[in-house]
Design a protein around this ligand. Structure first.
Ligand code: BTN
Length: 271
């Protein structure tokens, strides 16, 4: 599965910088050929805070991680995999809706690139025509007293092998090559994502998820559909009403509205 035999071209960092334009100075981007997991590397040794947003991109991950302990599998050149380290100011509220905000930034990027039928599956999947194109893994840890730092890991399928089998993946998967015909280069795609992500994260850090909520709801893959949420110790079925200002999923069960917070839950259309 994780067989890395063929050499891949080195990234064109000058093109990446040019594509970022005036935002280039806001980022410190390290692009490595291979690492175990970009999230793990940033978690294990977070770069010093120099005021920039640190990004680690890996052409190949040998032990990519997904949510709920799953693997994020890699095939050479098949996906764009990177992590962004974002430092919150001390005393900002716990970033419960952060992965939703990141999903929104990804969806907006894809729409601007011309991808049709982009929707968001709570809490963190980006779907195109109902099939998963990208996933987000947010991991948070405390630094400097009460300040939180988030590692935002993003994996986006570029061109999966025809026979790609993803264990534990519920539902269909898709990739950018299929959805766009001629996808942008990795550098152009990364620049487009970072350009969308930066203002979204700035908004999120300033005011939380509330201002982003409507835009998320417009893309909710399960809006007003019957859903089932299962997780550790919980299993509820009801109607998906959307999300609240904190990013919790709202599910109507009979006359009650349940709030489901980000965690180990899965969501699927009820039978
Ligand atoms: C999911 O859909 O379960 C989340 C997948 C997140 C994968 C990305 S790839 C870059 C970063 N490094 C990791 O090990 N995981 C995230």
């Amino acid at each position: 599965m994780n067989t890395f035999l063929s050499p891949l071209p080195a990234p064109d960092l000058a093109a990446l910088t040019a594509a970022l334009g005036s935002l280039a100075t806001a980022f410190d981007i390290d692009w490595v050929e291979e690492c175990a997991s970009t999230n793990s590397v940033l978690l294990d040794s977070p770069p010093k805070n120099d005021g920039r947003t640190h990004v680690l991109v890996a052409t190949r991950q040998s032990a990519g991680r997904g949510r709920r302990g799953r693997q994020w599998l890699a095939w050479p050149g098949a996906s764009l995999t990177f992590s962004v380290l974002w430092r919150f100011a001390p005393d900002t509220p716990a970033p419960a809706g952060l992965s939703l905000a990141v999903g929104l930034a990804l969806a907006c990027t894809l729409e601007k690139l011309g991808v049709a039928a982009v929707t968001l599956k709570w809490p963190n999947d980006v779907l195109v025509h109902g099939a998963k194109l990208a996933g987000v893994l947010v991991e948070v840890f405390p630094e400097r007293g009460r300040a939180l730092t988030a590692i935002i890991g993003i994996g986006l399928n570029l061109a999966l092998p025809a026979d790609a089998a993803i264990p534990g993946q519920e539902g269909d998967v898709t990739d950018l090559a299929r959805e766009l015909g001629k996808p942008p280069t990795c550098e152009a795609l990364l620049a487009a994502i970072l350009s969308e992500l930066h203002p979204v994260l700035t908004t999120y850090a300033g005011t939380g998820f509330g201002l982003l909520r409507n835009a998320w709801q417009q893309r909710n893959a399960f809006a007003n559909l019957p859903v089932r949420i299962s997780g550790e110790g919980s299993d509820i079925a009801g109607l998906c009403l959307g999300v609240d200002d904190e990013g919790a999923l709202l599910v109507r069960v009979n006359e009650d509205t349940h709030r489901v917070y980000a965690g180990d839950v899965s969501l699927r259309t009820a039978p």
